[in-house]
Design a protein around this ligand. Structure first.
Ligand code: MV4
Length: 502
């Protein structure tokens, strides 16, 4: 039964889940911390309960309190969103024990994919290709690892078995530097996860990061909804994603998609999940890991498939069959998501906090904004810096890029610095326009200053490139957005707005 859902999360994803419930006629219960009293998810839910002080440990990570609130409020189900408790086997199990439906996978699937060495061994058995590396599970000593390393070959990566997301990861170029790197990787993993266990993988250089959306019901149906291209990231934080990937042919999509389905089946997967792959320059692809949750970037898949992933999760949790078969899934058009973060792209992406005093949010054809904030809301440093996801859809990739430029231009957020100028610069980058990028692009080849400089000194080249991509569809493609101009235009807009109030 799913008739009253407690949403164990905050921000835009809590709002996203509440919206799906509202449309399905399901009651909602919000939980919030002391700094989230005014948050949008609290306003939109039918009921809301205080968890505790701002730090996640004392609020959104309090599994015991959350289950208690579910019981007292009569919620029959809990949706964990992403982050916080979403991938804790113990939380999914505790929900079951309390007779509450966990809107997510089985605890055993979370556990099998949560230990990355176990995940590798499990999918290998199912015939899925992984990056060459260690295949044993359980604690491996440094002597074991030093003996195996030369067989794998250098460069290689040390990765934390409890990891994911790059924490505890070390690149090793030769055997002699390995003992020190093993020690520091273990130390970092121990302090981040309380587990210093590591495994080895050959380093795949210049790869793209591509993930497949999986949907699986409790009746044995497992399908994929195509891929998302997630190579544009910085320090393992994704900045923008697009679907479909500019690097995949329909033939490669079908091959990778069926491997993704196999990987999910290997852990008896139920609900929405994501299979991550590395794709190298020669179109070799390797299973990397599985995320056993709804992901931040799920909306771009919704935009190109027309499938509401959160509603489908609820349907699955109710024990129903998926509403789509693999052959019903068609990729239509192109979608891009820019993560709008409260951080300063001109100052090494330094987090920016403060009250949002004014904002003007883009709308119009093909634009979707998922956000948990509004003017008056204060951005603190207790949680991640995501203010909004700006998502666009276009008939073609070029149309989607043009639409994203238009939407970024419309967006006004006053009170905190945002990375909007970064996204504007990216939309004008000819490597992005050409779809020619990999995971190194943002950190190694992209600089705000260089990109702005080159557009300022060669506006005709930027315009030409944009025009080539866009087929005469814009005259403003060479527009250069500089920090001061953008700040000035924000304040000009605020001034006009305030004069209008008088
Ligand atoms: C890799 C890799 C190359 N080779 N593994 C990063 C986070 C985690 N999800 C897995 N990650 C990677 N694993 C092998 N064997 C490249 C990445 C990777 C990455 C590495 C360095 C800098 C940015 C990166 C972005 C995406 C993926």
């Amino acid at each position: 039964m799913v008739s009253k859902v407690l949403v164990a999360n905050r921000g835009e994803i809590a709002v996203r889940i509440i919206r799906a419930c509202r449309e399905l006629g399901i009651e909602t219960v919000a939980v919030y911390s002391e700094v989230d009293r005014q948050a949008l998810h609290v306003r939109y839910a039918d009921e809301a309960y205080l968890l505790g002080p701002a730090p996640s440990r004392e609020s959104y990570l309090r599994a015991d309190k959350i289950i208690d609130i579910a019981r007292k409020s009569g919620a029959d189900s809990i949706h964990p969103g992403y982050g916080f408790l979403a991938e804790r086997e113990s939380f999914a199990a505790a929900c079951m024990d309390a007779g509450i439906t966990f809107i997510g996978p089985k605890p055993s699937s979370i556990a099998a994919m949560g230990d990355k060495a176990v995940a590798r061994a499990t999918v290998i058995k199912a015939g899925v290709k992984v990056v060459p590396g260690t295949e044993d599970v359980g604690n491996m000593t440094n002597d074991d690892l030093l003996a195996i390393a030369p067989k794998i070959g250098f460069p290689l990566l040390i990765k934390a078995t409890a990891g994911g997301g790059g924490k505890g990861m070390r690149e090793v170029k030769s055997l002699d530097e390995m003992p020190a790197l093993l020690a520091s990787a273990r130390r970092e993993a121990e302090s981040a996860f309380g587990d210093g266990n590591v495994y080895l993988e050959k380093l795949i250089e210049g790869a793209r990061h591509i993930e497949f959306q999986i949907m699986a019901d409790g009746q044995g149906n497992v399908i994929h909804l195509g891929e998302r291209e997630c190579s544009l990231q910085r320090r393992h934080q994704k900045l923008l994603e697009e679907a479909p990937s500019p690097a995949l042919s329909e033939e490669l999509r079908q091959r990778m998609g069926s491997v993704a389905v196999k990987a999910a089946q290997a852990v008896d997967y139920v609900n929405a999940g994501t299979i991550e792959f590395l794709l190298d320059k020669d179109e070799n692809y390797f299973f990397l890991e599985m995320n056993t949750r709804l992901q931040v970037e799920h909306p771009i898949t919704e935009m190109v498939t027309g499938i509401d992933i959160v509603k489908e999760q609820i349907r699955i949790a109710r024990g129903r069959a998926l509403s789509y078969k693999q052959e019903d899934v068609k990729i239509n058009g192109h979608s891009i998501d820019c993560r709008i973060n409260a951080e300063d792209p001109y100052n090494d992406f330094m987090p920016s906090t403060g009250r949002i005093t004014h904002s003007l949010v883009p709308t119009g054809p093909g634009v979707r904004v998922d956000t948990g904030v509004y003017p008056g809301f204060e951005i603190t440093s207790f949680y991640d810096p995501l203010i909004a996801k700006l998502i666009v859809w276009g008939e073609t990739r070029a149309q989607a890029i043009l639409r994203m430029r238009r939407a970024l231009e419309e967006y006004r957020i006053v009170g905190v610095q945002t990375n909007i100028p970064f996204h504007q610069t990216m939309m004008d980058s000819h490597r992005f326009m050409g779809g020619q990028y990999d995971t190194r692009f943002v950190e190694e080849r992209f600089s705000m200053e260089d990109a702005e400089e080159s557009r300022a000194t060669h506006p005709e080249i930027a315009a030409l490139l944009a025009t080539l991509v866009a087929h005469r569809e814009t005259k403003r493609s060479a527009q250069v957005v500089r920090r001061n101009e953008r700040d000035a235009s924000n304040w000009k807009w605020v001034g006009r707005w305030e004069r209008m109030q008088r």
